[in-house]
Design a protein around this ligand. Structure first.
Ligand SMILES: [Zn+2]
Length: 347
């Protein structure tokens, strides 16, 4: 066979693999609902709610997606979220994402909701929750979509602000499985939020936090030892600390890794430098996620495709990643087993 025939058959194999990957039953554990706000919906809601944006069409919004770091992204992200005002807006934000879950075979999703993002526009906790819950209920009734919500706090704001939000959430305690910590990592270490995490623990929430994305490996240790999280968002900087990697393996601490996000926000210059598959092969409980899909150029399937095309992920690695998604979730053991069974039946 000639070299060009070899290359053609390799391309056909990869295409087959991608088609197979697209339909694997998957879980997504690291998704900010505002990060799924699609550009068309953003423009539509800005017009409806009379919010002035510095962009007048889709092209201008998409051009703004060229970020240089986490902060440059956050500036656009909060501007985007400022167009959400009434229950209907929140319904559509959630419904757009859940429809995507159906299309991409994301059978279970744990979605981060950040109420502090909406408070400056005068949005009530209840308004947001009513919209979200209506969409979740509908998706569950219509195609069996499984969803858990995570109450996520903005770490660039003071701890008191997060605590006030936690108290407001008491009314909706049963709607959230866990608390999380997001936004600008540098200069906002996990140990700034010890009281918040203690209060959430007393209320029975599970705990997770973003750590070791732009921040150092020490922030991952702080999350584990001072906030007592059971799962770490991103966590890729663990590679700088051999003892930490061993600790994650021994204690089966999951990392919710977001490959396309890490490239867009310049955590790595290119995908070839990403340690995701090395960490997986060493036995770290790695999961694949999209983080803020509309801003980072791809939903969950596109993240899997990037691992296939740029890191030569094997079928076994893909299955382990998908399986880890269910194992690392906050579902009951019975539900986890049922999804893993569904996955193996497909494979
Ligand atoms: Zn995130």
């Amino acid at each position: 066979m000639s070299l060009s025939q070899d290359l053609t058959s390799e391309a056909i194999d990869k295409e087959k693999f991608a088609n197979w990957l697209a339909k694997i039953p998957k879980a997504e554990l690291h998704l900010h609902i505002d990060g799924s706000l699609q550009a068309e919906r953003l423009l539509e809601l800005a017009q409806k709610n009379k919010v002035e944006l510095p962009y007048s069409n889709l092209k201008e919004i998409e051009d703004a997606y060229n970020f240089v770091d986490l902060q440059s992204f956050l500036d656009l992200y909060y501007l985007g979220a400022s167009v959400l005002r009434d229950e209907e807006d929140f319904y559509w934000l959630m419904m757009d994402y859940l429809t995507k879950c159906r299309d991409q075979h994301i059978v279970h999703s744990e979605i981060m909701v950040e109420p502090q993002t909406y408070f400056p526009q005068g949005v009530e906790f209840r308004t947001m929750m009513n919209g979200f819950k209506r969409a979740i209920h509908e998706a569950n009734e219509t195609w069996g979509q499984s969803v858990l919500l995570i109450l996520s706090f903005l770490r660039h704001l003071p701890e008191e602000d997060a605590i006030a939000t936690l108290e407001k959430a008491d009314e909706f305690r049963d709607d959230f499985c866990a608390i999380g910590l997001a936004s600008a990592e540098k200069g906002n270490p996990p140990n700034k939020f010890q009281r918040l995490y203690q209060m959430a623990k007393e209320r029975g929430y599970e705990a997770i936090a973003h750590a070791g994305e732009e921040g150092p490996a020490d922030y991952i240790w702080q999350s584990l030892q001072q906030l007592h999280v059971s799962r770490v968002d991103h966590g890729v900087r663990c590679v700088d600390d051999e003892g930490l990697v061993n600790f994650l393996i021994e204690n089966k601490i999951p990392l919710t890794v977001c490959p396309l996000s890490n490239i867009r926000l310049c955590v790595y210059d290119q995908m070839q430098q990403h340690p995701i598959l090395q960490l997986l092969d060493r036995g770290v409980r790695i999961t694949v996620n999209s983080d803020d899909p509309t801003y980072f150029g791809g939903f969950l399937n596109e993240n899997y495709f990037a691992l296939l095309h740029e890191l030569n992920m094997s079928k076994e690695q893909a299955i382990t990643l998908a399986e880890n998604g269910f194992k690392a979730s906050f579902l009951s053991n019975e539900r986890k087993e049922s999804f893993i069974h569904q996955l193996h039946a497909y494979c």
